[in-house]
Design a protein around this ligand. Structure first.
Ligand code: AR6
Length: 171
């Protein structure tokens, strides 16, 4: 099996031209700060409207941590946003598998959609406080371990430090 090509760029995930952009969302699916805020701002109200419909139907209790669901990408230069909920980092409990699950499940949703290029942020490394180096290791490993028809996984890292962390684990 040859997995997806993994590429790294430093920049803003809302500026990517890909089939699917992954959102580091929260269980409410109703928006927040960081990547989530930026995606809703640039993508426009169509994304939130679809998130509200998901809350009114399949995800009445919210999207569980480690799972993923797709909506329209609104005005983004993408066809879909795949919302996933990363775990809050904990010193007492190992939640690595939930973080890996975000990447796995997002790629499974991408496969269901037929998306071939997918942009991921560094899930859980902002508001959810996961240490960047460890998050990068888990992210790269999770993508490499996933059997998917996605051709390119693009990690979009906001700053130089995040970019370097991912570059270290890619090589
Ligand atoms: N493009 C790429 N990366 C970004 C961007 C951007 N536009 N903006 C921030 N980052 P976060 P989380 C980086 O906080 O930790 C929200 O309120 C950021 O520097 O977006 O999973 C949600 O609603 C960091 O490295 O996501 C949830 O409540 C990484 O993206 C909660 O935050 C992830 O930071 C989710 O927290």
């Amino acid at each position: 099996m040859t997995g997806p090509r993994i590429t790294l760029v430093q920049g803003d995930i809302t500026r990517q031209c890909v089939d699917a952009v992954v959102n580091a969302a929260n269980s409410s699916l109703l928006g927040g700060g960081g990547v989530d805020g930026a995606i809703h701002r640039r993508g426009g109200p169509a994304i939130l409207a679809e998130c509200r419909m998901l809350r009114a139907s399949r995800y009445g209790r919210g999207l569980p941590t480690g799972q993923a669901v797709a909506t329209t990408a609104g005005n983004l230069d993408a066809r879909w946003v795949i919302h996933t909920v990363g775990p809050v980092h904990s010193r007492d409990e190992d939640r690595s598998d939930l973080l890996a699950s975000c990447y796995r499940e997002s790629l499974r949703v991408a496969d269901d959609l037929g998306a071939k290029t997918v942009a991921f942020p560094a899930i859980s490394t902002g508001v959810y406080r996961w240490p960047m180096d460890d998050a990068a290791r888990i992210a790269v490993q999770a993508v490499r371990d996933t059997d998917t028809a996605v051709e390119e996984v693009r990690f979009v890292l906001f700053d130089e430090r995040a970019y370097q962390a991912f570059a270290t684990h890619l090589n």
